[in-house]
Design a protein around this ligand. Structure first.
Ligand code: SF4
Ligand code: SF4
Length: 126
């Protein structure tokens, strides 16, 4: 059972309670397909411009997170035909944030949680 931390974006915190994120984690689907089984280690909300995200990730690690996932809505947007990367998600520099978190925590980081865009290949920092 892999303990997984999630970092979500403040721009969505009052619209989505991570319902699909948690469902996919429990079902090990979408961004969590890489695990045999997974359980939540905790959730934190990133706040612009993201200066505290490394500290938040370190706390998740201290609380037992073995990996950290960043929500799909940070880099993709829901369109009529489904979730897509043709329009940007909430965060212009999510890759840089993930790289920083991976470098500073040393644990695997994954870009994506629920409803991955079609043709998106799960990006992992391991
Ligand atoms: S990825 Fe989807 S379910 Fe998760 S927080 Fe964003 S909009 Fe909500
Ligand atoms: S830095 Fe990016 S992920 Fe963090 S709150 Fe701002 S837009 Fe969202």
């Amino acid at each position: 059972m892999t303990k997984v931390g999630i970092i979500r974006c403040e721009k969505n915190e009052q619209r989505c309670p991570l319902t699909s994120c948690f469902r996919c984690m429990m079902e090990t689907k979408e961004g969590f397909q890489i695990y045999e089984a997974a359980m939540p280690a905790g959730v934190f909300t990133c706040r612009c411009p993201g200066d505290s995200v490394v500290e938040l990730a370190k706390i998740l690690k201290a609380k037992g997170a073995e990996a950290i996932h960043f929500c799909t809505c940070t880099f993709a947007k829901k369109e009529d035909k489904g979730w897509s990367m043709e329009s940007p998600g909430f965060c212009e520099h999510i890759d840089e944030l993930i790289e920083n978190v991976h470098r500073e925590t040393g644990i695997p980081c994954v870009k994506g949680t629920a409803h991955l865009p079609k043709d998106y290949v799960l990006q992992q920092w391991t």
